[in-house]
Each structure stands twice: as C-alpha cells, then as structure tokens.
Design a binder for this molecule. Structure first.
Ligand SMILES: [Cu+2]
Length: 93
C-alpha cells in the first residue's frame, strides 16, 4: 500500500511520463523507498494503482507526485485517462 508522504531517506526513483507511456515501465525499489512520476506530456496523466490503494491524481504538464511504498509486493498501475498506459512498481523487502 502506498503513502503520499515523501520519504525522509533515499532519493526517489523517477518514472518519466512521455508520449503516453511510463518510462521505465517497471521499477524496483525497497520497502520504504519512493517513486516520483513526472509528466512531460501536454496531456494530463495519472499513475493509479490497479487495486485503488494509491494514486498520483492528475498530473499536468511538468507536474510530479511522489509516493512511498512501505509494503513489499508487486503493484501494477495505469493512467486513469488512458488505461492502455501501464506500469508496475516492485517493492522488495
Ligand atoms: Cu494518461
């Protein structure tokens, strides 16, 4: 499950959103680390957990959001506006 609180520790792993895709599509972090999504498209995007447990909410061009993952697991996500946009966050112990 994710948390919207920024981490106090290591720097976030960055996922860039460009041309209606997440880059990289898959990231692996350790529990307690963070992922930051940055939107470079003119279109708004989100990173929304498949299970609905976390959501960046709408990111305008240049917008970013950082989510901390405290629980190990595999977290597939998509863009709420463009459901063909998919990615996954893998959280290891
Ligand atoms: Cu989108």
């Amino acid at each position: 499950m994710g948390s919207a609180l920024p981490a106090s520790g290591s720097a976030p792993v960055v996922v860039e959103i460009r041309a209606f895709a997440f880059d990289p599509t898959e990231v692996t972090i350790r529990a307690g680390e963070t992922v930051r999504w940055i939107n470079h498209d003119f279109a708004p995007h989100t990173a929304t957990d498949d299970e609905g447990n976390w959501d960046t909410e709408e990111l305008e061009k240049g917008g970013q959001a950082t989510i901390r993952f405290d629980t190990p697991g595999t977290y597939p996500y998509f863009c709420a506006y463009h459901p063909h946009m998919k990615g996954v966050v893998i959280v290891t112990a």
